[in-house]
Design a protein around this ligand. Structure first.
Ligand code: GDP
Ligand code: MG
Length: 823
């Protein structure tokens, strides 16, 4: 009986809330919980909605919602109190049954053919249904009632299916039973000797977001094979309680029923809804579809929007009738078709099979973590063969490190050619502009501000694209998931889960999506912890600084220096992780499955597309924040034009001109340089630099470096563009422009105790690089941390602690280096 069956003035007691998600939560919050009394006050003129009185409040529900609230009349409820006729602690079979609606548990048996459902059904219900050791015996559903521990079980034996889709009448039958009859608990009977295939169905139940207890049947077979399985961990990974059973001997069945009760009563802490990760593109499509489906609230009350979206993407018509009542039915269908097309075009594979693969990947990941097979499996698939090498106990890690090493070397070496071409292009452009514009502030702004700044950064586009190419390659082939797997053991040492490793690696691309990728971690503390250490993953924006400085100061070993920086970043993040785990997050972590998707050849198109999608972001920054920052820095350095010089340079220069001696030219050049340098020192930015100099001097930096670092807060590339603007010593150099690397190498102190010595030594270089590696990530990252952690405290914390670490790292490096004269 549901609320809809009551008439105006009737009272009843709530026995159960069906429905799901936000709807269920809303109802519970309003006091719709089991045992509460409810009275029908009145119906609206058109019989819908209806107003009810509950907990001294009036609440109106639509009829579609009221149908989800089950009730019994008040008198029935009293019989059902503890101490009533229900038998405690034993399975009472046979005999006439009085149905007690308050404590009925609807159970559906779902599983592959031949997994032992009917045997289990017969055991608990004492019936003699036909059991046969061949598939397809059960064609219809059988229902039986029995008591256990004061609960009435209404159990349904369903036909065996391998999956839940629209292919066969059995599958449709089972699916509709689950969707329409909404059993309280689905008991998924699984053949333990064939877990991989059997869990496929389980993965679909997970997607449906129904309450499942898993009967790991034929457990005797598993024991006989001497396979080992960590049931507790697997339970937690899947978010489903697993109970081993040997149903033809009746073993484990009581435990199974007890767990069904616990799950029914919401008393099992390990039960949770797990999202199987279908990969970025498909998840994107799911999100878009969900947004449309949510526009019809009646749908979301009854079904999981994620499930419907998936079904639509799979082109499974079984869901068509579910959404046919949606207000925007046509839009949903159109979007589903378009997204399906988009994905299959992109991967050149049916969306359906991509989804299937992802499910198997989820299962493979869960089993790899929890199961130790004794014998060798003859039917090894290609992916598993590849995995035997790539995730090998000893070889896995060196192979992965090798891959990273190649990645960073390629980034630098391969990137240096196009980098040089773009650099020449930028030089040419600046010469053309210089030649064609008349002398003045506009020309200086364009040449020194825009071209000097943006041009200094844009040359690194090839390096960044190469880096993104490798990251996309890892993501799209399925290797990324393996790296998480390889690293899992190590990550656990540092209080992290292997899955945290994926956001960390993504951090090499850009910290912002990496911080968003922590969403795949289900435990909030794990997420926070991962967010806190992501900033130490050198993002691609830091790469230009590395390439610039390493290329200028360590031309022979630039690749190794860069690899070393990334490596230091990773090691440091892990160390910080231990520290944070000890201080900030002490509780235990939630386990989650690391999907091990099958390896696939994504095709160069997909990889290039993903690479480009990331590269575009870089170009946009170039036209936006970097352009503006360059101009601002330039202006701050350009003004004021008139300053008081320590010497009368103009006079000295004209004297040299008149002398006309052979040395005059170089004397003039030197004087011009000193004059400009002194003017810059008195410019706004120079004063600012002088102001912060005391803070950075112990790190071996000059004020220009300090300013560059400060501007890097907007975006790390700006460090380079600022240097491009500030290190402009070769004013009107007749030989043409000189590359920024060259200029950095040539920069000398013009005054003070170090006058005449180069600003950049190997030691300052390292100190500077370390600072760039560690110090506060850009604003976008801070904002992302704030958003994703839901608290600006954490954002502020990241800002502060990374900068403190950067300063200390550089300080220690520079001071020790100076003591040991490593400069
Ligand atoms: P259904 O297709 O899922 O309904 O499976 P059945 O109940 O018809 O069982 C298939 C076969 O498996 C029968 O021969 C059962 O006796 C056998 N069986 C059921 N449970 C177990 C078990 O736990 N261990 C073993 N070894 N065999 C079982
Ligand atoms: Mg059967």
């Amino acid at each position: 009986m549901t609320l809809n069956d009551l008439h105006t003035g009737d009272s009843a007691t709530i026995t159960r809330i069906r429905g799901r998600g936000a709807f269920r939560k809303r109802l519970t919050e309003m006091g719709f919980v089991r045992g509460k009394s409810i009275t029908v006050l009145k119906s609206a003129p058109l019989r819908d909605p209806v107003e009810y009185r509950i907990l001294d409040g009036n609440i109106s529900l639509r009829r579609s919602e009221a149908s989800l609230v089950e009730v019994i009349s008040e008198t029935d409820y009293r019989d059902d109190r503890p101490g009533g006729p229900g038998l405690q602690g034993e399975l009472r079979l046979g005999g006439p049954l009085t149905v007690k609606p308050g404590k009925i548990i609807d159970v559906a048996l779902v599983g592959n053919p031949n997994s032992g459902k009917t045997t289990l059904f017969n055991r608990v219900s004492r019936s003699r249904e036909h059991v046969g050791n061949y598939p397809g015996v059960t064609v219809d559903s059988k229902e039986a009632l029995f008591y256990h521990r004061g609960y009435t079980f209404r159990i349904t034996d369903l036909p065996g299916t391998y999956s839940l889709s629209d292919y066969s009448s059995e599958e449709r039958f089972v699916m509709e039973h689950i969707l329409n009859k909404k059993p309280d608990v689905v008991v998924n009977v699984v053949d333990a000797s064939n877990l991989e295939r059997n869990l496929y169905l389980t993965s679909q139940l997970i997607d449906m977001d129904v309450t499942v207890v898993l009967a790991l049947n034929m457990y005797d077979d598993l024991l006989a094979k001497k396979d080992k399985i960590d049931l507790g961990l697997l339970s937690r990974l899947l978010g489903i309680r697993i109970v081993p059973t040997i149903s033809h001997r009746g073993k484990g069945i009581y435990r199974l029923l007890n767990h069904v009760i616990r799950v029914f009563e919401n008393e099992d802490p390990d039960i949770r809804h797990v999202h199987i990760n279908y990969g970025r593109e498909i998840e994107d499509s799911i999100r878009k579809l969900q947004a449309l489906i949510r526009q019809t609230p009646a749908l979301t009350d009854h079904y999981s929007t994620r499930y419907i979206s998936l079904k639509l993407l799979e082109k499974d018509d079984s869901c068509a009738h579910l959404i046919s009542g949606a207000v925007n039915f046509i839009d949903i269908q159109d979007l589903a078709r378009a997204e399906n097309q988009r994905i299959s075009d992109l991967f050149r594979e049916e969306t359906e099979s991509l989804i299937t693969d992802a499910r198997y990947g989820f299962i493979a990941g869960a089993l790899k973590e929890t199961m130790k097979r004794s014998g060798s499996d003859p039917g090894f698939s290609r992916s598993q063969k590849i995995d035997r090498i790539l995730t090998h106990k000893y070889l896995g890690l060196p192979i992965f490190l090798g891959f990273l090493w190649i990645m960073f070397h390629a980034t630098f070496t391969l990137g240096s050619y196009p980098m040089a071409w773009i650099g020449q292009g930028v030089d040419m452009l600046s010469q053309v502009v210089r030649a064609n514009l008349s002398e003045g502030i506009l020309r200086d702004a364009i040449v020194d501000g825009i071209i000097g700044g943006v041009g200094g950064v844009i040359v690194f586009l090839p390096n960044i694209l190469i880096l993104f190419f490798f990251i996309s390659l890892m993501e799209d082939t399925g290797y990324m998931a393996r790296t998480a797997f390889i690293m899992d053991k190590i990550m656990h040492l540092f209080g992290l889960h292997g899955k945290s490793f994926i956001p960390l690696i993504m951090g090499f691309g850009c910290n912002v999506p990496a911080i968003m990728a922590t969403r795949t971690l289900e435990n909030r503390n794990d997420r926070l912890l991962t967010m806190l250490i992501i900033p130490f993953m050198s993002c691609s924006a830091r790469l230009p600084v590395y390439v610039l400085i390493a290329g200028a100061l360590f031309p022979e070993n630039a690749g190794n220096v860069i690899f070393g920086l990334y490596f230091v970043g990773v090691v440091f993040s892990l160390l910080m992780s231990i520290l944070f785990k000890k201080i900030l997050f002490k509780n235990r972590e939630a386990p989650f499955v690391m999907e091990l998707p099958i390896y696939r050849n994504p095709g160069i198109r997909v990889i290039l597309r993903h690479m480009w999608a990331k590269g575009v972001h870089y170009l946009k920054k170039m036209g936006g924040v970097i352009l503006v920052a360059s101009l601002v820095i330039w202006a701050l350095g350009y003004f004021p034009r008139e300053v008081e010089y320590s010497r009368d340079y103009k006079e000295l220069i004209s004297q040299e001109r008149q002398k006309g001696t052979p040395q005059a030219a170089s004397r003039i050049q030197l004087l011009t340089r000193q004059m400009e340098s002194e003017r810059q020192l008195h410019s706004y930015i120079g004063r600012l630099g002088k102001f912060i100099e005391p803070v950075i001097r112990p790190l071996g930096f000059d004020w220009k470096m300090g300013i560059s670092l400060a501007t890097g807060f907007a975006a790390k590339e700006i460090v380079v563009s600022t240097m491009g603007v500030l290190y402009q010593v070769d004013l009107d150099d007749i030989q043409g422009t000189v590359s920024l690397q060259e200029r950095i190498r040539k920069e000398v102190y013009t005054g003070g105790p170090k006058a005449g010595t180069p600003v950049f030594t190997g030691l300052t270089g390292i100190s500077f690089l370390l600072f760039v590696l560690f110090y506060l990530p850009c604003v976008a990252v801070i904002a992302a941390v704030g958003r994703e952690s839901g608290s600006w405290k954490w954002a502020g914390f990241v800002l502060f602690y990374t900068t403190a670490i950067a300063w200390m790292a550089s300080f220690v490096t520079y001071q020790l280096g100076t003591i040991f004269q490593l400069g």
